[in-house]
Design a protein around this ligand. Structure first.
Ligand SMILES: Cc1cc2nc3c(=O)[nH]c(=O)nc-3n(C[C@H](O)[C@H](O)[C@H](O)COP(=O)(O)OP(=O)(O)OC[C@H]3O[C@@H](n4cnc5c(N)ncnc54)[C@H](O)[C@@H]3O)c2cc1C
Length: 308
């Protein structure tokens, strides 16, 4: 398979704003490289000989599968993003990008805050202590959204009153809520962008930053690097990492005689009563993770009440 240039796609995407949340966006500013640039870099190391054994798509898939990272660093993408500050605080933890952010010391803070509609207030998750799960009832959401709106108006007024009174911008901003939008240029190579996307598209990441990561991935990276994106989906996003303990559990599980008529094993059939590594894990996050892998593989029946 030979690869096609993405230059027309870059022209098409450049400065196109993809909306995220109520007033955020991501847009591509520039892009250097394409699928072919990854292949070109790899062939410097592996030589022309690789042409005989693998076509371009196969080579990209091999590189991604085996975590040969530097060919993916040859491509770079630059974005302009508008993100609420709480989300940006998570985003900026990724140290492998170059960043220039809107300065609220130089300029008046962007007059926009991330707001939440009544149906989108989430409850605290019980399993994942960092996460959220279902939604609050709409009547409660109505009140929360109304209170939020009132607070945003008050917070902005306080900020503008301070500026009006002559307070320096760097001091006046200190009580701006974390939902205030900021903007930044964000430049990162493709390898580190994929790392960012794998962490921030994951279900453990906060929903708001996931919305940004999914937009970057699906609207931009998928179009500019289709072959890399396909491999990333197959070997990173939809793949499964098995620990030595997971492998032990699975080996013992499939070695046991399956109960007659059962399509999957149940907890009682096997795990809680018999398996040493399952017992060693006791009830823990690691065992829950192992369980969900077994469920995903169709080996273990999901628990009836969703408990672990
Ligand atoms: C779901 C989730 C929950 C999180 N919860 C928390 C939390 O509760 N508290 C908290 O503080 N953080 C939290 N984080 C942030 C997390 O710990 C990382 O700091 C963040 O995701 C950046 O990851 P990274 O270092 O792999 O990425 P990058 O900074 O982009 O780095 C990419 C890779 O480059 C290498 N690298 C970069 N800089 C260095 C360096 N200076 N030295 C050595 N190697 C380097 C590492 O291999 C790294 O994996 C959370 C992240 C996620 C996704």
């Amino acid at each position: 398979m030979s690869l096609t240039s993405n230059s027309a796609e870059i022209d098409h995407l450049r400065w196109k704003k993809f909306s995220v949340l109520n007033d955020g966006f991501v847009c591509l500013v520039d892009c250097m490289g394409d699928d072919a640039a990854v292949v070109q870099a790899a062939r410097v190391s592996y030589g022309e000989g690789t042409r005989k054994t693998s076509d371009d798509r196969t080579l990209i898939r091999y590189l991604l599968r085996h975590r040969h990272t530097t060919p993916f660093e040859m491509a770079e993408l630059k974005f302009l993003v508008r993100v609420p500050m709480d989300c940006w605080r998570q985003w900026i933890r990724h140290r492998t990008a170059s960043v220039n952010e809107y300065s609220t010391r130089y300029s008046v803070a962007i007059d926009s805050m991330q707001s939440t509609v009544p149906g989108e207030w989430r409850t605290q998750a019980t399993q994942n202590r960092q996460g959220s799960s279902g939604e609050l009832p709409p009547e409660i959401g109505e009140q929360l959204s109304a209170d939020e709106h009132h607070f945003h108006v008050q917070a902005r007024k306080l900020y503008l009153d301070r500026l009006e009174a002559g307070v320096a911008r760097e001091q006046a901003r200190k009580d701006l809520p974390l939902c205030t939008y900021t903007e930044a240029y964000w430049k990162i190579d493709l390898h580190n962008l994929l790392h960012f996307l794998s962490l921030r598209c994951d279900e453990h990441a906060q929903q708001e930053i996931r919305a940004y990561a999914q937009t970057i991935g699906e609207q931009i990276v998928a179009k500019l690097f289709p072959v890399v994106w396909e491999a990333f989906g197959d070997y990173r996003m939809r793949s499964m990492n098995l620990s030595a303990l997971d492998v032990g559990v699975m080996q013992r599980l499939v070695a046991r005689p399956r109960p007659v008529d059962a399509t999957t094993w149940t907890e009682v059939d096997f795990l809680e009563s018999q398996d040493p590594s399952w017992l060693a894990l006791a009830r823990s996050r690691e065992r829950d993770e192992c369980r969900s892998k077994l469920e995903r593989l169709g080996l273990l029946a999901p628990l009836a009440n969703g408990a672990s």
